[in-house]
Design a protein around this ligand. Structure first.
Ligand code: NAD
Length: 539
């Protein structure tokens, strides 16, 4: 095998992208922070908390913290607004999403600055959020009326029973979102809730609340009634449960550990919940893969948003016959990635979001190396660029005993495993309690799709990292196993926010003995009718 490790030693550090000139402080002035913070539902004189810009470590925003009483207020306001909103025609509600789509694309630079300031990610990765959010807005803006329309169903007795299935809004959706995709995960899940006639009480992560608040302002500009989307901010273990305990439906995105807690609370109240949780996603490079494309794809798969992406790849399985050739390409590309924190396009990877993330990444890498894993690229923190930068890292020789093998790192670290047969690759990829996303690379698309169908993940991308499936917003996206419950996108992504209601009206004769029929004759008549209905092909 090529000695990739030697090449990576010493000076082979990732290059630094040129700076942009603009600073976080100038891009996110305190006047903007103060304006956005007024969108938080919190009483006058509330306690505040400072967030920090990950790129530089400087203070970013002082945000009022909502109390449980503020969560009560948020629900009260949301419930009032929801009654009026639900009475508007679906097409009028959908038009707001389409206007939001256009405004978002026009004003994207404002939110790109905010996302970068709050998360530290590279601008290209921040743009992915704009892309995904606009796609969801377009899809539900155009398709919601079809998803929500009344549907004629076969009645209990043909002709005599007229049956219609309708969809009613749940009411107020409690939505809890994480910090890693603050625009996409606050907005894209809220849009179908709104268009289905609901209000939303959203608790974003405090670290990324500005982005959610900005998006709320833009939606209001697009025509959303201001009180329909309430934003509360505060300590997760206190304000999170308060949101869940008042919701008519819960939409949660975050870790599997918190997701379990949320699910238990929702279950105790008999309200539904969709849970978009963690992953330990696998990529399979089959023997016939185009290795240049696979290496390019692996870089995106593993290092987008510095690996702080629920659907990013942390386990990479490569066929033994092409492993050396693939790793040479993948490692070279990874080492060439330019790290940087400029508020402009140009950097290939940005910073981690917090010290907690940096600690986990460092621990996973250091433990693995100490136990014998080889570093094929990266492996080091980069305080010379910013306090929370860590190099994109490829580990080889990872074993079951190492935490990085099975635990979600949620950082720019991928482990390499070799396989001989497809069966072996599929079995090992599936040997995890998670089941969020996976990626298969082959020149034979039919074979790729056949392998994909055997992988136990909610999405599978063939010859793409994650964006093909995630961007297919008309199709469901979500996790199997410990990766979640329910789906966003497509019909499931909007129908989850509705209650099905069946309205059946009976005419001419009741479904009971009538017109002088005694019970026995009624039973005989219906027995004959049932046989006839089956013979005639009724469903
Ligand atoms: P987290 O579970 O710690 O926090 C998520 C949200 O829950 C935050 O807003 C937090 O304040 C809140 N929260 C914390 N404790 C709570 C409680 N007891 N009750 C209710 N809410 C509570 O997750 P995180 O570290 O912020 O996010 C990273 C995780 O999210 C990773 O595991 C990642 O894979 C996952 N994620 C999944 C998806 C997906 O679509 N499947 C998308 C993004 C992130």
């Amino acid at each position: 095998m090529t000695d990739i490790t030697a090449e990576n030693s010493g000076a082979a550090r990732n290059p630094v992208a040129p700076g942009a000139g603009r600073t976080v402080a100038s891009a996110v002035p305190q006047s903007l922070v103060a304006r956005l913070a007024r969108g938080i539902t919190a009483a006058e004189g509330a306690a505040t908390e400072w967030t920090v810009a990950p790129l530089t470590g400087e203070p970013l925003a002082e945000l009022p913290q909502s109390t449980v009483a503020d969560v009560d207020t948020a629900y009260r306001l949301a419930r009032g607004a929801q009654q009026v909103w639900a009475a508007r025609p679906v097409r009028a509600r959908a038009a707001v999403l389409l206007r939001f789509h256009d405004l978002l694309l026009k004003r994207q630079d404002e939110v790109l600055d905010l996302i970068q300031a709050e998360t530290g990610k590279a601008r290209l990765h921040a743009f992915e959020e704009v892309l995904a959010t606009a796609m969801a807005a377009r899809h539900y803006g155009r398709a919601a009326a079809g998803y929500l329309k009344d549907r004629r169903r076969g009645g209990a007795v043909p002709v005599l029973t007229h049956t219609v299935e309708g969809r009613r809004p749940k009411g107020v959706v409690g939505q809890i979102s994480p910090w890693n995709y603050p625009l996409e995960l606050s907005v894209s899940d809220a849009l179908p809730a709104f268009v289905a006639g609901n209000a939303v009480v959203n608790k974003p992560d405090t670290q990324t609340a500005l982005t959610a608040l900005w998006a709320r302002e833009l939606l209001v500009e697009a025509g959303l009634p201001a009180e329909l989307w309430q934003i509360v901010v505060g300590d997760g273990p206190v304000i999170g449960p308060a949101v869940v305990e008042r919701a008519d439906y819960v939409s949660f995105t975050g870790s599997t550990r918190t997701g379990r807690e949320v699910a238990q609370r929702a279950a105790a109240r008999l309200v539904g919940a969709s849970l978009e949780l963690g992953g330990k996603n696998a990529m399979l490079v089959l023997a016939d893969a185009d290795l240049d494309k696979a290496a390019e794809g692996a870089v995106r798969a593993c290092f987008s948003s510095a690996g702080q992406l629920c659907i990013s790849i942390e386990r990479l399985f490569v066929h033994g016959s092409v492993a050396d050739a693939f790793l040479e390409r993948f490692a070279a590309r990874t080492r060439a990635l330019r790290l940087g924190g400029g508020l402009a396009y140009g950097a290939d990877m940005g910073s981690l979001v917090s010290q907690r993330q940096l600690d986990t990444v460092t621990r996973h890498v250091e433990e693995a190396v100490k136990a014998g894993a080889a570093v094929l690229a990266g492996g080091q923190a980069r305080p010379d660029i910013g306090p929370l930068f860590f190099e994109p890292t490829i580990l080889d020789g990872v074993t079951d005993q190492m935490a990085v093998c099975a635990e979600e790192t949620f950082g720019p670290v991928v482990s390499i495993y070799r396989f001989d047969t497809e069966d072996e690759a599929v079995a090992t990829a599936n040997a995890t309690p998670y089941g969020l996303n996976s990626s298969v690379w082959t020149r034979d698309l039919r074979r790729g799709r056949a392998v994909a169908a055997r992988l136990r993940t909610g999405t599978v991308n063939v010859n793409e990292a994650y964006a093909a499936a995630y961007g297919s917003v008309a199709s469901p996206m979500g996790g199997m196993g410990d990766s979640g419950l329910g789906r966003r996108h497509g019909a499931e992504g909007i129908l989850r926010y509705t209650e099905a209601q069946t309205i059946a009206s009976q005419r001419v004769m009741p479904l009971a003995p009538a017109f002088g029929l005694d019970d026995e004759k009624f039973a005989a008549l219906f027995t004959r009718s049932l046989r006839a209905l089956k013979a005639l092909g009724f469903k």
